[in-house]
Design a protein. Sequence first.
Length: 342
Amino acid sequence: METYKLTQFSKASGCGCKIAPAVLQEILKNSDDFECKELLVGNHTNDDAAVYDLGNNSCLISTTDFFMPIVDSAFDFGRVSAANAISDVYAMGGKPLLAVAILAWPTEKLGTESAREVLNGARAICKQAGIPLAGGHSVESLEPIFGLAVNGLVDKKNLKQNHTIEEGNIIYLSKKLGTGIYSTALKRGKLEEQDYKELLESMTELNNFGYELGKLPYVTALTDVTGFGLLGHLSEMMGSKKMTAQITKNKIRTFKNISHYTSQFIYPDNTTRNFNAYEKQINGMVDLDFLTFCDPQTSGGLLFTIQKEHQKEFESWKSKNNFDAVAIGEIISRKEKMIELI
């Protein structure tokens, strides 16, 4: 059997496969949703998962996420896909309960061993998250696609959403930016070995601190950063509120050698898609800023807001629990644009 690199099959890698924001809104337009009083979170707020009220102050979180290969190793593709899918439960303040797999595979080209390795990688991450990979569904496909459907639980009082920001809140971000740029360099055969290690470590790191953030009453809003990039997911947090997210650019952390690749104009095609979708809502984006701030992330970090009066308390909690997140800005009264970069 001929040997293939998995990323040869990816038009867009990882969460860069996402349908463009404007196109997605067109698809969802005029959808006639079934009315269900137990459905606390549906698709109206672009949240990370659906949430169903089970009663007794307990809620079911349900989500699914899948994409084409972002790395060439089948095992690591499974790991990244699983960590990315499970993240949506954490991003609602919940605890994952179980997962089932979604596998589309060109077995004639890639064989069964590679598909088995994808599942093994996913199982390794599920085990780390403390949940079973309990089954799934598979189909023959021209392109390899893998992901998970994940269910979780959350106490109703701990449920977090992406759009519940408050004026005066401090904005935090965990994980560094750059997965889209690095994975594009990998696809082009230009990613340095030490940079691949940084990329993989970031994408396979679980966002399990989202469950702990859900327990903190002064955490006002929570999401994760994926295919729409930092500015896209921050825009979803802002919604239609008459406020501005003021972001200090030098507070945002990126992968160590990101400028080495951006200086060569190595970036995903979907970066420009994100830029076109959000640039009219943003002040202060200059030169090559968009390459980083609009970079589609795969299994990116947690983006959340806390009440300013609790920042000292939170910093103490963060240090005690070894949670790596940094303050990158503040929610202020409305200025000219929804997001201001300074």
